[in-house]
Design a protein around this ligand. Structure first.
Ligand SMILES: [Zn+2]
Ligand SMILES: [Zn+2]
Ligand SMILES: [Zn+2]
Length: 403
């Protein structure tokens, strides 16, 4: 058996195919490019890069020999999937056999956290000159309905891909009502809180009934007469709640406070991020972490029920290698680490860079791009990342297979 990864050049964004050459199975993990990724030097724009990757994936996996795992619903992990859905192109429909998502559909707090983060982001984009194209949770759900034949929910301890892999995060009942506090801090009212939670409850019901076809409802494409909720209803309610959020937050002159809450929402949504590894330990161990926060990695690494392996062939470093999410993987002896990073068009771009601690790790560095790496100065040749085990940069091409 041999595991390989095909890493796509998604800059600050994830798009990695985990390949098992023994049975020719492929698992795509996320497909998104950060809204503010600076892709101008090679691709001209993000849209073109998205199209190129989407077409490449469709060309390689059109015969339904790939499954998809979505770690979480942030733009930089799903924007390409939303593009696939919105393009309406038949080659993207049912491209994947099974799609794996986190088991959060009994938890309106989790859904509300996702939606509120989107609303605040839409609000921030509106008040700046930044582009406002934005992937919403509902768009992702539309993709899930159209882009895959089956949907499987993952939570800690659930094995998937014929028992090859096991989810290490999120735990099944992780419900967190931190969202209540954030709603309050943003100055949103009690009645707004109630409505966003009611709305989230409806999305949960829609997913369980229409997409997962559990809860005894009739299966339907996009709507379900049994529960009386259609995607169109959800979209229009989404719009009106989003407008309302804007109306309230817009009139407040406290950008700093909004940024603080935005960071909390971002962190909160990473609580529901899928982390997984292979089940049988050997020479081909893999650990995929999505955008796991430090707290989650600590919980995973100290838990007694499912243990991390003592060495790995591949570890996907969490959250694009940024300092805020740094976790020391050296006790797990990775042979190769994958870091999905690239320059972002933000004033505080430095905080989005690859932190110096990862430069110290003794492993081959596989980086989508090194132009915002605190270990790589000037040209790629002067690079700490290159010191131990060498380094592989993806950005000269669309993707590269690493063995
Ligand atoms: Zn994220
Ligand atoms: Zn991310
Ligand atoms: Zn570097």
């Amino acid at each position: 058996m041999s595991r390989e990864v095909e890493v796509y050049n998604a800059y600050f964004g994830d798009c990695i195919v985990l390949k098992d050459t023994s049975d020719n199975t492929n698992l795509l993990i996320d497909f998104g490019i950060h809204l503010q990724s600076d892709v101008s030097n090679i691709y001209g724009n993000r849209q073109r890069l998205t199209e190129d990757i989407a077409n490449d994936l469709a060309g390689k996996y059109s015969s339904c020999n790939a499954n998809l795992l979505i770690t979480h619903f942030h733009e930089d992990h799903v924007s390409g999937l939303v593009y696939m859905y919105q393009s309406g192109d038949a080659k993207f429909s049912k491209l994947f056999n099974t799609v794996y998502i986190a088991n959060i559909w009994n938890d309106p707090f989790a859904v509300a956290s996702n939606i509120l983060e989107e609303f605040v982001l839409i609000n921030q984009l509106k008040s700046s000159s930044l582009p406002n194209a934005k992937a919403s949770l509902l768009d992702v759900l539309n993709f899930v309905s159209s882009g895959a034949s089956n949907v499987t929910l993952l939570s800690r301890g659930v094995e998937f891909e014929n028992g090859k892999y096991i989810a290490l995060w999120p735990p099944k009942d992780i419900s967190s009502d931190d969202i209540n506090y954030i709603i309050n801090e943003l100055g949103l009212s009690e009645s707004f809180r109630k409505r966003i939670l009611d709305f989230s409850e409806k999305i949960c019901l829609y997913v369980r009934t229409v997409i997962l076809k559990t809860d005894g409802g009739n299966a339907g494409e996009g709507n379900n007469t049994e529960i009386g909720i259609s995607m169109e209803d959800l979209k229009s309610e989404y719009e009106s709640l989003s407008q309302e959020t804007m109306g309230i937050i817009d009139n407040r002159d406290r950008d700093e406070q909004i940024n603080v809450q935005m960071n909390k929402l971002n962190k909160l949504n990473h609580k529901y991020n899928i982390v997984f590894q292979n089940v049988d330990s050997g020479d081909e161990n893999v650990l995929f972490t999505g955008d796991a926060e430090k707290e989650q990695m600590e919980a995973i690494s100290t838990a007694d029920d499912y243990k991390l392996h003592s060495r790995y062939k591949f570890i996907k470093i969490p959250h694009h290698g940024t300092e805020n999410h740094y976790f020391d993987f050296s006790p797990y002896n990775p042979e190769k680490i994958i870091i999905t990073n690239g320059m972002v068009k933000y004033k505080n771009y430095s905080a989005y860079g690859i932190c110096t601690d990862y430069g110290k790790i003794i492993a081959k560095h596989i980086c989508t791009n090194s132009n915002n790496c605190h270990n790589c100065v000037g040209t790629c040749r002067i690079s700490i990342c290159n010191t131990y085990g060498g380094r592989e940069l993806i950005f000269y091409r669309l993707s590269k297979v690493i063995r």
